[in-house]
Design a protein around this ligand. Sequence first.
Ligand code: CIR
Length: 262
Amino acid sequence: MAILRVAITREVSPALARCELTHLSRRPIDPDLAREQHHRYEACLAAAGFTVRRLPAEPGLPDSVFVEDAAVVLDEVAILGRPGAVSRRPEVPSIAEALRPHRTLVPIEPPATLDGGDILVVGRTIFAGASSRTNAEGIEALRRIAAPFGYAVRAVPVTRCLHLKSAATRVAERAVLIHPGWVEPSHFSGLEIIEIDPSEPFAANALAAGDTVIYPKAFPSTLARLEARGLRVVTVDVSELAKAEGAVTCCSLLFEAHGTPF
Ligand code: CIR
C-alpha cells in the first residue's frame, strides 16, 4: 500500500466568533471570509502533497477548526489531547475517530491537560510547552507515552503567549523559527535558529508541510528571512483565524499513513 501524507482539518465553526481568547481582545470575525481563508489553507496543503480529510463543522464548538490542539500524532502512536480550556474538551472524540484508522490512540487522564499547540516535535526530541493550557502532569504523561518509542521530552516554560508553537515552530528538518522574546532560545541548542523580525511578534508560527513551509501573509519581513535561508514558502491569508488566536499550525494534523486517497 502507498504511503499517504494526510492532513486532518475541520470546517470553520459558524460559532468561531465565540472562541476562547487569552492574549487578544475580541474583534469582529467575518465567518464567510474565515471559511474562505481556511479553504485556501487546505488548498496549500493539497498542493504540498497532502490528502486533506476535512471533518464537518461543529456548530456548538467555536474553536474546533484548531484541530492541532486535540491530539499529538507521532509516527508510532497518537496521543489524544486534554485541552486546558474546558470548552474545547468536546473537540477530542471526533478527532479520535478520524485518527483511529491510522494510529493506536492513547488518552491523557485527569488532572493532566495537554494542548497539541504546545507540542513541537523535531526528530526524536519533543519540546513541550508548560503553558496556561498544558500542565506538568500533561508533560509527564506525554513523556511516559513517547519515551518507549525513543523520544526525549523537554519541557519549555511558556508565559507570554498562548502555546509553545506561538513562539517556536519547525521550518526545516533541524531548523526552528522562534520569537526570542516569548521563548528562551537556549532551549533549542543544537538546532539551527531563525529569529522572527522583531516588528512581527506573531510571526513564529509556520507550518512545515513536507518540503513546503505554509506561512501567514501578514509577516513579510520574517518571510524574507525564511526565503533568504532558502526555504520554499507559500503564503496564505489567515487574518480571520488570527483574530481567534489561531495561526497555521493549529488548523491541521499532519502525518503519514498507509492507504489510498479518501
Ligand atoms: C484557543 O484559545 O484555544 C483558540 N481560540 C486558539 C487556539 C489556537 N491553537 C493553536 O495555536 N494551536
